[in-house]
Design a protein around this ligand. Sequence first.
Ligand code: ZN
Length: 199
Amino acid sequence: MHDLTGGLARFRRDVFPAKAGLFAHLATTHRPKTLFVGCSDARVVPELITQSDPGELFVIRTAGNLVPAYASGPDGIVASVEYAVAVLHVTDIVICGHSSCGAMTALAEEHDLSAAPVVAGWLRHADAARARAAAEPAASGPAKVAALVRANVAAQLQNLTTHPSVARALAARTLTLHGWVFDIATGTVETIDAAPAAA
Ligand code: ZN
């Protein structure tokens, strides 16, 4: 296992002192302005790529940066979206996909997921993304994965709008949705329109 203990010690010794004032403030204050929905992929670190301080991003990370469409009943992701929007009153939500996404690669290349049935079920939340990508000119290999990554960000933005808290905030014009794709090799971000892709 990585030396997380050593990391904790370095944080306490080398990093925390410079931000002690910020952490003292944050000890009793939680007012992030942005909900960042990213992939669980270890290479896409929200605070690093946005250069955000502690306290600035409310983060949900899921395999494939998927946000299920709204359904009532206890669900950790739905609850986190609702909390961010209805309680914390975030003003922006970012859905961030990324290059070389394992989840999107599995779908684009139709990998056998029979050994990971829960993953297979979870990735059904990308069905609309697959349908969008399938409507685009035929691509293969990395281009096919990249097309699905972009279509998936657009589809998850649509899914977000089915959440009542999000719909209310959008109607009140207190919330803006953003779609991003982060390229791991270059560190750049492409913005994705929430609207359905033009023919
Ligand atoms: Zn991913």
